[in-house]
Design a protein around this ligand. Structure first.
Ligand code: PEP
Ligand code: MG
Length: 606
């Protein structure tokens, strides 16, 4: 156990009066000390900001612009007469327009801004909360249900407020507390450098926490009813190693943790040294480490850590940058920029992996089950116009030569073949318009169980594979990766997962095409040796995981990893695999893995 861990464990065993210690699941490492900012809201998240007198007029203007935008959206929808919108739905939007035009509601919100000197988001919240409470107390059932319309209108205004000059700027040393944090919220708040995130919901592979690890932001999830237990301004310590928060710490605790926090910050900068040269296991097997990139600026750091190109670029993050669907030219620019940044190495750009709510217009109903819904390649293939824009942009950017296209969530070869036809059509299109294009390689994410079963056919249709273990675990084990309540069922070392990975790696080897493992499993120092033992030679991961995984890979022999994996064959459950892995690691690699990070301790997966 390193000194930092030891010191931290001593600290957590001390229980002091007046402070509250809550234990939950650590999903991004690190220590932070700061003040709570509670986030609220559904579609768009926000918090309370107290305004200076000089900010009130601009805030009123911002609010009026947002109402204007929301009104125009609603008018557009209710005037549409397409098949997609039934008359009933149009009536609903007409009702929303009436609410949005209600002078008493609007002036109440404006009064809140002026009199209470608060931001528009907060003013909308308190005004609509008040109305909603009144609706809910009405005895007539039909009228009572109308609170839902009010909630929808509030959401619409809040979303419109996020579109322009958002004033969400956190104070220094803020720690975000929320039921859950959306990735787009985190990106919006990153400009003002929050110190940590604590939430009730979310899993190890939730995109928000993937992003938190990429940004080196400590995070803890599974804190039940957190928004009832803390309030904005509370002092808090977040221990993202041990999975604990300490609310209102006493002076002594605070002093001790400040030392640990400083050590963590120094540890982070110690990682900054540049790494060069091939990465090999002790017995000489070369392993390629690539980076998973959501925000391109992270690549410079990844390169310093020795990353060889980008194994997975999640292009859907462009929606945050461009506040919606990026145009063809915006996409060409973004893809070119990242390709040039990566230089000679390859960048695998995944087509948008989004749910329908991100792409479709405002008339779409919320899906009951988005993970199983119109998502990723399915969404692209059912919105062909937008899909063709993305493919065209990728083809144009591919004059850079190092771009490959990755298709998310394919279930069999048909989605790949349809995409190939579209690519050919778009090449023709570009040729006619005398626009230059390249010939990118095409790969498939393997993350749906049917794709594993159809892998022999899939490998014939692609140039490479990306193994997305986050979704593979989710879909194989039927465990929602974002749902904290079932986090204990998200078992990366489940025998079904290991067998699937092996099947995919073997099929690719037979066809001699590369496979990059790019789920969070690849970035875990504990799981990476298992992947090598199963036959993986390319791992793509979060920037900040690279130094730890590199270290482990360079200190183990492939032969040992294969031996351990060979012994897992008889295991019948995740429990059995985890127990066996812990035993073998302690026997062979006790010098590399302290007991507390081995898989049986479920709080230490990060
Ligand atoms: C995966 O599913 O493993 C993956 C890498 O993609 P994402 O996390 O974006 O779904
Ligand atoms: Mg995925």
């Amino acid at each position: 156990m390193n000194a930092l861990n030891e010191k931290k464990q001593n600290l957590s065993s001390q229980i002091l009066k007046n402070e509250i210690r809550l234990n939950a699941r650590a999903v991004s490492r690190g220590i932070a000390v700061g003040k709570i900012v509670c986030l609220h809201g559904r579609k768009r998240q926000f918090y309370k900001i107290n305004l200076q007198a000089s900010q009130i007029q601009p805030e009123l203007r911002r609010f009026r612009i947002a109402v204007g935008l929301a009104t125009r959206q609603l008018k557009r929808i209710s005037s549409q007469k397409s098949d997609k919108i039934t008359e009933k739905k149009v009536n609903i939007f007409d009702a929303h327009l009436l609410i949005l035009g209600d002078k008493s509601l609007l002036s109440k919100i404006e009064n809140n801004i002026s009199n209470q000197k608060i931001n528009a988001e907060w003013a909308v919240k308190i005004a609509t909360d008040d109305y909603i409470a009144k609706f809910k107390s009405i005895s007539d059932e039909h009228l009572r249900e109308r609170y839902i319309d009010l909630e929808d209108v509030a959401d619409r205004i809040l979303t419109a407020l996020g579109g322009g000059n958002s004033i969400l700027r956190l104070e220094k040393n803020s720690i975000i507390a929320a039921k859950e944090v959306k990735p787009s919220t985190l990106i919006e708040l990153m400009g003002s450098q929050p110190q940590a995130i604590i939430t009730e919901n979310g899993g190890w592979t939730s995109h928000t926490f993937i992003l938190a690890r990429e940004l080196n932001l400590p995070a803890i999830t599974g804190l039940k009813r957190i928004l009832r237990r803390v309030k904005t301004g509370d002092e808090v310590i977040v221990d993202g190693f041990g999975g604990q928060i300490i609310i209102n710490p006493v002076k002594k605790t605070l002093q001790k943790y400040r030392v640990v926090e400083q050590e963590f910050q120094q540890d982070k900068s110690a990682n900054l040294e540049t790494v060069k040269g091939e990465l090999k296991t002790l017995d000489g097997k070369e392993i390629k480490i690539r980076a998973n990139i959501d925000l391109p600026k992270g690549y410079a750091q990844a390169k310093r850590f020795g990353a060889q190109g980008i194994g997975l670029y999640r292009s859907e993050f462009l929606f945050n940058q461009f506040k919606g669907f990026p145009s063809e030219q915006e996409q060409v620019g973004a893809y070119r920029k990242i390709a040039r940044m990566v230089g000679e190495e390859a960048v695998r750009i995944r087509t948008f992996d989004l749910s329908v709510e991100h792409l479709a217009d405002e008339t779409e109903e919320k899906e009951k089950n988005p993970a199983l819904g119109l998502r990723a390649i399915r969404l692209s293939l059912s919105h062909l116009k937008e899909y063709r824009v993305q493919l065209r942009a990728l083809l144009q950017a591919s004059t850079e030569n190092n771009i490959s296209i990755v298709l998310p969530m394919v279930s069999d070869v048909s989605e790949i073949l349809r995409t190939k036809k579209l690519i050919e059509r778009e090449k023709e299109n570009l040729k006619k318009r005398k626009i230059e294009y390249g010939n990118p390689h095409l790969g498939a994410m393997i993350e749906v169980p049917s794709a594993v079963l159809m892998i022999d056919e899939i490998v014939e249709a692609v140039d490479f594979l990306c193994l997305g273990t986050n979704d593979l675990v989710q879909y194989l084990l039927a465990v929602d990766r974002d749902n904290e309540a079932v986090a204990d069922w998200f078992r990366t070392l489940h025998p079904a997962v290991l067998r699937s990975i092996k099947t995919v790696l073997q099929a690719a080897t037979r066809r001699e095409i590369p496979v990059v493992v790019c789920g969070e499993m690849a970035g875990s120092p504990v799981y990476a040796p298992i992947l090598l033992g199963l036959g993986a030679t390319e791992l793509s991961m979060n920037v900040n995981s690279i130094p730890r995984v590199r270290k482990i890979v360079s200190e183990i022999a492939l032969e040992e990893a294969q031996e351990i994996v060979g012994k897992l064959d008889g295991c019948r459950s995740a429990d059995e695999v985890e127990e066996a892995v812990s035993g073998f690691y302690q026997e062979k690699w006790a010098h590399l893995f302290s007991k507390d990070i081995l898989p049986l301790n479920k709080n230490s997966k990060n």
